[in-house]
Design a protein around this ligand. Structure first.
Ligand SMILES: [Zn+2]
Length: 75
């Protein structure tokens, strides 16, 4: 990862700096230990969490500066 790049929110059309990491997993597509991640700004955290939550995909919501990318996971 290039250090000069500020991670931005994954919400469509949003260019805000990401504050949260949403870790999720689609059991139909991914092995149970796999984690996909979305980034969210303060404003979109709830929206994105709900999107994943209603589908049963959401596993974890962690502050970006506390997030440690698990081995073998990807964005
Ligand atoms: Zn956003």
């Amino acid at each position: 990862m290039t250090s000069s790049e500020t991670p931005t929110c994954s919400a469509k059309g949003c260019r805000d700096a990401a504050v949260w990491v949403l870790a999720w997993n689609n059991p139909k597509l991914h092995a149970p230990e796999r984690r996909k991640t979305w980034l969210a700004c303060e404003e979109h955290r709830e929206h994105l969490s709900q999107f994943l939550g209603v589908r049963g995909f959401l596993k974890d919501v962690v502050k970006l500066d506390e997030w440690v990318q698990p081995e073998g996971s990807e964005r």
